[in-house]
Design a protein around this ligand. Structure first.
Ligand SMILES: *Cc1c(COP(=O)(O)O)cnc(C)c1O
Length: 462
């Protein structure tokens, strides 16, 4: 154990960038070379080999110039907890496989529900991630809306920028390809509430059954927060289940400065929170919360060997899609006990500040432009000097991203907006500095210029 910790600690200290920049073939050669049927002599050899096949080409989220996806650097108390979680190996499905862990998880569900303001009947459960939390929330919503004949007519409403797990969930739930109605967004990429209201009226007029509205509190690309209070009004008026996907924005629950961005979330019927994003927890750690704990009955089944009807014991499997389940809650518990909620909240505020700074830097650079101002800690932007056509910008920007990744000095993301290629910074590392942001943007413009030159040369040649 000690040598394992030392190996990763040494490596982290020595890391000089978020990743090696190695190509797939290069890494594959090393992995394929291992003979899995011929074990090594001892753990020292195993660690040496793991350094080569894994650590050398891992992507390091703690590196301040990792600015790509919604991956966070992890807080140390949660890592200490990971050792306990895996060593004891509690399974949170039943009381007789977990004991006290069950009650710790329940306290944290209560704590989160109280932070949201879901009321005394609220309940929920830890899950493997936002995808699973969203699935379970929509499964409960379907359970509430379901009558034998309605299934193909059920409709879910979510914004064009909502997470793809909404579509995926509808598919898994067998709701048919037309089940998700996409609602347009405004210029800050927030759901248009009047369009939502109209879409629900239209659906009803067409004989469909509105099953749920998914409001996103922190869209994956823009961090935008749908108007939660307005959406809650529409849901109340139509009697439709309101789910808030706060997988990304959940960290605002502990923010000192920005908690009000979530105003209205307390009116949700269900909420997704990913602790493994804005609570700086290691994967996996997420929860689905529900206002009326009774709705969890839609995932409840009884088995004589596991959770018989009359056991009288607190069995979390009664609330979960999973059976055997990790005690991820201990990581959040130990984090709260060591750092306090405010400690996490300060990190959340710090990464929001970084996004504001990144936006200012981009506005200051005539070669860069943004889609919209940041709402949380992402910034969608692109390299487009004056006179560069949209089509050429589409050619150049994905190339910039690749060149940056290949350099190993930084990692940024890409996305599409209105059919065009854009770049994206996701800031989740409170230790990223203004200098880091400036340096990464300089890489963008530097590689951008280089690609433009190449583009012009090829265009002249042809
Ligand atoms: C990340 C994300 C999800 C999915 O969560 P996972 O933990 O990756 O499964 C869902 N919704 C939003 C808005 C997200 O950003």
């Amino acid at each position: 154990m000690g040598r394992g910790v030392a190996a990763v600690a040494d490596h982290v200290v020595g890391v000089r960038g978020p990743w090696s920049g190695a190509g797939v073939a290069e890494v594959a050669a090393k992995v394929d070379d291992v003979d899995l049927d011929r074990p090594l002599a001892d753990m020292t050899d195993v660690l040496d080999e793991v350094r080569s096949v894994y650590l050398d080409d891992a992507v390091w989220f703690h590196e301040p110039r990792y600015l790509a996806h919604l991956n966070c650097p992890v807080v140390i108390p949660a890592l200490v907890a990971e050792v306990l979680v895996s060593s004891v190996n509690s399974s949170l499905d039943t009381w007789d496989q977990s004991g006290g862990g069950t009650l710790i998880e329940r306290r944290l569900i209560r704590w989160t529900a109280d932070r949201i303001g879901l009321g005394p009947e609220a309940d929920g459960v830890f899950t493997s991630g936002g995808t699973q939390s969203n699935l379970q929330a929509l499964l409960m919503a379907r359970g509430q809306a379901f009558h034998a004949d309605t299934s193909p007519r059920l409709r879910i409403f979510s914004s064009q920028d909502s997470h793809f797990s909404v579509q995926k969930s509808a598919n898994v739930l067998g709701l048919g390809p037309d089940a998700v109605v996409t609602i347009p967004t405004d210029d800050r990429r927030r759901m248009d509430v009047r369009a939502l209201d109209r879409a629900i009226w239209d659906a009803r007029a067409a004989g469909h059954v509105p099953m749920a509205v998914v409001a996103t509190a922190g869209t994956t690309d823009y961090g935008s927060i749908d108007p939660l209070a307005g959406i809650a009004d529409v849901c109340a008026q139509h009697g439709v289940w309101m789910h808030v996907d706060a997988a990304y924005g959940g960290g605002l629950l502990v923010s000192q400065q920005h908690r009000s961005l979530l105003d209205g979330i307390e009116r949700a019927d269900s909420v997704t929170v990913d602790y493994h994003k804005t609570f700086f927890q290691p994967v996996s750690s997420s929860a689905v919360l529900v206002r009326d704990g009774d709705a969890l009955r839609h995932v409840r089944y009884h088995a004589d060997y596991l959770n018989p009807r009359s056991s009288g014991q607190p069995n979390q499997v009664d609330k979960s899609l999973q059976t055997t389940r990790r005690f991820d809650a201990l990581k959040l518990w130990m984090t709260l006990r060591a750092m306090g909620a405010d400690g996490i909240g300060e990190y959340v505020d710090a990464v929001i500040d970084l996004a504001v700074t990144a936006h200012e830097l981009v506005l200051d650079d005539p070669d860069l432009e943004v889609v919209t101002a940041p709402a949380l800690s992402t910034l969608v932007f692109r390299f487009r000097p004056a006179g560069l056509s949209e089509d050429d910008a589409d050619r150049v920007n994905p190339g910039i991203r690749q060149m940056i990744a290949g350099s190993g000095t930084a990692v940024i993301a890409g996305t599409r907006s209105d059919g065009r290629a854009w770049l994206k910074l996701t800031m989740l590392n409170p230790e990223t500095t203004v200098d880091d942001l400036g340096a990464v943007l300089a890489l963008v413009t530097g590689f951008g210029r280089q690609l433009l030159d190449d583009l012009h040369t090829t265009q002249e040649v042809h």
